[in-house]
Design a protein around this ligand. Structure first.
Ligand SMILES: Nc1nc2c(ncn2[C@@H]2O[C@H](COP(=O)(O)OP(=O)(O)OP(=O)(O)O)[C@@H](O)[C@H]2O)c(=O)[nH]1
Ligand SMILES: [Mg+2]
Length: 294
């Protein structure tokens, strides 16, 4: 997980230390750092921001040794996460009943799996979740959610194929209210994010459901595409939190920083495998421990 990013920061810190924080050679080292970061899924504007801040700190002698450089890098990156805010998920869920969550994301990123994982997480905590298959677009989508539901023992609300996803979503809320569910997790169809119909459909769902949270799911392995998707959904629909799936196989490391910087919203969970238990609350401190040298 995130190994490559750690190597990049470690190499940079080693090099700057080995040139004894010399200001003459700083420029070329920072240029190289920027290029390396960008090749590891750190958005260019973020790489430039980090490089500029480090450069200023060294120029002004605020950063003069290895330990202060690492601490300063930590402060910069933590700043991005702080600006995006945090969500105390369990407590937020308790604030309303039923708490309605709509999941967004392009096809294949891991939306349906993530919903099942979150339903499992909630069930373990004693909540009563309902999963909703508002994907009437892809054949098999509803069955797929039902299989998950059977395995984890969480009910799934479905509608007939061909019925509008917005009406299924609306009916599911009435159902959840009458049956006393705590949380409603609504799965939506994933298509190319450039698909105009999909965007219109999502807007309709959001309009009728009035979700308490809109969660975007992205696939870490898609790197810069994940960032583009975050920008897109944030602009067109609105995003309150992000789940990054497939982090277990992800070495580049830059996706969490880039997304948080671009849309100023927190990463709520990361997916770390294909099992229902393979979901972890995202902790920026733990992330920093993984990507920065000691
Ligand atoms: N290794 C790994 N695989 C994952 C993770 N999350 C999802 N997957 C896998 O990714 C594949 C696609 O997952 P789905 O949940 O069907 O994706 P989706 O976004 O719902 O796809 P569509 O409904 O077709 O849009 C499946 O094979 C999942 O097992 C994860 O965190 N780690
Ligand atoms: Mg799906």
């Amino acid at each position: 997980m995130f190994k490559r990013l750690k190597n990049i920061f470690s190499n940079f810190v080693d090099k700057i230390s080995s040139i004894a924080f010399s200001k003459d050679k700083l420029y070329s080292e920072l240029e190289e750092l920027k290029m390396e970061l960008v090749s590891s899924d750190v958005a260019l504007e973020v790489a430039e921001d980090i490089s500029k801040k480090v450069s200023e700190a060294i120029e002004r002698n605020i950063v003069r040794d290895r330990a202060s450089l690492v601490a300063y890098l930590r402060e910069i990156i933590l700043g991005y996460f702080k600006e995006a805010g945090t969500i105390d998920f369990d407590n937020v869920i308790r604030s309303k009943r039923p708490f309605k969550i709509v999941f967004l994301g392009v096809n294949g990123v891991g939306k349906t799996t993530t919903i099942a994982k979150i339903a499992f997480y909630l069930k373990e905590k004693g909540f009563k979740p309902l999963m909703v298959a508002a994907d009437t677009f892809r054949a098999g989508a509803q069955e797929q959610l039902k299989i998950h539901g059977d395995r984890i023992g969480v009910p799934v609300f479905t509608g007939r194929y061909g019925v509008s996803p917005a009406s299924i979503a609306y009916d599911s809320i009435l159902h959840a209210q009458s049956k006393g569910y705590d949380v409603v997790l609504i799965d939506t169809a994933g298509r190319m994010h450039t698909d105009v119909d999909l965007v219109e459909e999502l807007k309709k769902i959001v309009k009728v459901v009035k979700p308490d949270m809109r969660i975007l799911v992205v696939d870490a392995l898609t790197g810069n595409d994940a960032l583009e998707q975050a920008r897109f959904f944030s602009e067109k629909i609105g995003v309150d939190a992000v789940v990054i799936a497939k982090v277990d196989a992800y070495e580049q490391g830059g996706v969490p920083i880039s997304i948080v910087y671009a849309i100023r919203k927190p990463v709520l969970f990361i997916g770390v495998g294909q099992d229902y238990k393979d979901l972890k609350l995202f902790d920026p401190i733990e992330y920093l421990e993984r990507v920065l040298p000691a």
